[in-house]
Design a protein around this ligand. Structure first.
Ligand code: FES
Ligand SMILES: [Fe+2]
Length: 359
């Protein structure tokens, strides 16, 4: 049996009319000209004197030199090949030694929005770029939550990362010594809720009277058994939010009493660089003892350790697919959210292509 849309990863078919994370805002400090390929487009990202983020094609319209190798001048960028200067809209505003700028001398600019320390980009039809469509993760702005934002580059298609997060069963095997705890998590717990949503899914899993997972033990210094919940939500095009809580075993989380719980919120944003590589932006936040900076740093390090466990497997999967494009995945029960997500994404991409053909 094939999973609907399971060959999406083999193509550079992307949903273009949606927002993707292009960068953390802090990556654009100090007038940096950041070159980043997004959905196969080489793009230049920067913030000029006005402080607004700008995204332009990283290709001078004169002879194709990289604008990211150019020079920031106010809100403009100057190509350092023959000196053409472009403003934040991509229009050429100066040609050294020439009085007139011919009509049409411009590079493509992309809608960008900075929100909650993330820079979002829209590579589809600019007139459809509605800021209200940005998926909201309030914990990046709400006081009381602390984390360390970071970035990881993957040599794999972004959907393989989405797949990885579509179930928590892998925690037990891949992350046994870091994020998981014990294999019991896979054998003895089942999702208590799986909700298929129009643009994603939501999965909840609880684990009662469990061993404390190593990453949590490091910051609590307690071996006492815990009751644990995880609620993961995946959004189109590849945005994952995780809500987790750990409470003393028997303290009543199944009845909704979370007064003794220590909670975490995790956001992960997957942006295709190419069909075989991915930008991965993430933060793991906690809301207790936030005056102690070592907790966020310890959690960050534990997550990096855990993510590298996933990365090794996922990048190997990509190599497996590259070696044999006819290979097809065989789903198990835990893959229902994954199949739903791929079906929804395949439908949205097909609709977008259909609309473009009809236009
Ligand atoms: S290629 Fe940019 S100015 Fe000539
Ligand atoms: Fe994982």
């Amino acid at each position: 049996m094939r999973v609907a849309g399971d060959d999406l990863h083999l193509h550079n078919d992307y949903l273009r009319n949606c927002w993707y994370v292009a960068a953390w805002a802090h990556e654009l400090i100090d007038g940096r000209l950041l070159a980043r390929t997004i959905l196969d487009h080489p793009i230049l990202l920067y913030k000029g004197d006005s402080g607004s983020a700008v995204a332009l094609d990283d290709r001078c319209c004169h002879r194709g030199a990289r604008l990211s190798k150019g020079r920031l001048e106010g809100d403009c960028v100057r190509c350092m090949y023959h000196g053409l200067k472009f403003d934040a809209s991509g229009a050429c505003v100066q040609i050294p030694g020439q009085d007139m700028v011919p009509k049409g001398m411009s590079v493509r600019s992309y809608p960008v929005i900075e929100r909650d320390s993330l820079v979002w980009i829209w590579t589809g039809d600019a007139d459809k770029a509605d800021p209200n469509l940005i998926v909201d993760f309030p914990y990046l702005r709400e006081p009381g939550w602390r984390g360390v934002p970071d970035y990881l580059h993957y040599d794999a298609n972004y959907l393989l990362i989405v797949d990885n997060l579509a179930d928590f069963a892998h925690l037990a095997f891949v992350h046994r010594h870091t994020l998981g705890g014990s294999e019991e998590y896979a054998f003895k717990t089942k999702p208590v809720e799986v909700e298929r949503q129009p643009r994603g899914f939501r999965v909840k899993r609880m684990h009662m009277n469990a061993e404390v997972p190593p990453f949590h033990r490091k910051v609590t210094r307690s071996d006492a058994r815990i009751d644990r919940w995880n609620v993961g939500t995946m959004h189109i095009p590849g945005i994952f939010f995780l809500e987790s809580g750990f409470a003393p075993a028997g303290s009543g989380i199944e009845r909704g009493d979370i007064s003794q719980a220590r909670q975490y919120r995790n956001c992960q944003f997957f942006t295709p660089e190419t069909a075989k590589t991915t930008h991965f932006f993430w933060n793991y936040l906690h809301n207790w003892n936030t005056d102690d900076p070592t907790i966020a740093l310890s959690l960050h390090d534990s997550m990096v350790e855990g993510f590298h466990e996933d990365k090794a497997i996922i990048e190997q999967q990509q190599r497996t697919f590259d070696a044999d494009p006819d290979f097809r995945m065989h789903p198990i029960a835990a893959d229902a959210p994954l199949a739903h997500f791929r079906r929804v994404l395949a439908q949205l991409i097909a609709q977008e292509k259909g609309a473009a053909l009809a236009a």
